[in-house]
Design a protein around this ligand. Structure first.
Ligand SMILES: Nc1ncnc2c1ncn2[C@@H]1O[C@H](COP(=O)(O)OP(=O)(O)OP(=O)(O)O)[C@@H](O)[C@H]1O
Length: 248
């Protein structure tokens, strides 16, 4: 059974499993050779297996694990970008994901147009975006570059604008994948403060990061994933210890 939390559930994950099919051939020639040698053309890779989890409203949860353990896959399942093979994922309210940062950004459009496009994708009306536009731009510190095509932005500028759009939308659940590592130190501090503010407002937060110091500052609960399985769920400090003691 999923571990229950005290507040009303915001995210429920039940017996979730996700596999990926790995291809071993590129060309027709390789395909033919594999067929002749009776080698498998694909193999199945289990990225997540048997994940049970319940996150209460207003909880801030850190998702920890070494490279390839399945953290981003889990976040994508929660955001709805991916569907589980087995089990189910339920969310309550609006989910804003900072997962593949700038994934919804179009390189040939200006910062301004991308703000409108992405805020609309995240469910905001034109009037709502108009009302928040200045705040979004101010937070991102993009300044005079707002009318420049985003393909000319530095990676940090890109992330700052994407982050700013996401946190200024009407959201109930915020999924953050490693983005805070990209901005510079002053911007990171500002994001942390904003995330804290959102938690205080009762928003649910799910943060994936290798920055152990940052997640212990932001989150109270920590989940450790190893090779697609959950090996710890509890206080974030203990999660960090579990991670350090585990192997990839
Ligand atoms: N679309 C895909 N096709 C094939 N394999 C995939 C796909 N997406 C993820 N994987 C594999 O699933 C495993 C888990 O990937 P995931 O991105 O969830 O890991 P992660 O814990 O977020 O890692 P990192 O810390 O490196 O970001 C990895 O081995 C990865 O190669």
């Amino acid at each position: 059974m999923p571990k229950t939390s005290e507040t009303r559930p915001s995210i429920i994950i039940e017996s979730v499993a996700k596999h990926f099919t790995l291809r071993h051939t590129q060309s027709f020639k390789e395909l033919f050779i594999s067929w002749v040698r009776r080698k498998p053309l694909t193999t199945s890779f289990q990225a997540l297996d048997g994940i049970d989890l319940r996150v209460g409203e207003g909880e801030s949860v850190a998702l920890l694990g070494y490279n390839g353990s399945g953290k981003s896959t889990l976040l994508k399942l929660i955001s709805g970008v991916l569907r589980p093979d087995r089990g189910r994922v339920l969310t309550r309210g609006r989910v804003a994901g900072l997962i593949e940062v700038g994934a919804g950004f179009h390189p040939d459009l200006s910062g301004r147009d991308n703000v409108y496009l992405n805020a609309a994708i995240l469910g905001m009306s034109r009037a709502e975006i108009d009302a928040r536009f200045d705040e979004i731009v101010e937070f991102s510190e993009i300044g005079e570059f707002i009318d420049t095509e985003v393909k000319h932005y530095s990676s940090g500028m890109f992330v700052r604008l994407a982050f700013s759009v996401a946190i200024h939308t009407e959201l109930d659940i915020l999924l953050v994948d490693e983005v805070l590592a990209v901005g510079d130190a002053p911007f990171r501090e500002k994001c942390k403060a904003k995330i804290r503010e959102l938690v205080e407002q009762g928003k649910t937060m799910f943060v994936v990061s290798h920055d152990v110091r940052m997640v212990t500052e932001l989150c109270t609960r920590g989940i450790v994933i190893r090779r697609g399985r959950m090996i710890f769920d509890g206080p974030v400090d203990e999660a960090v210890v579990t991670l350090k003691e585990s192997t990839r």
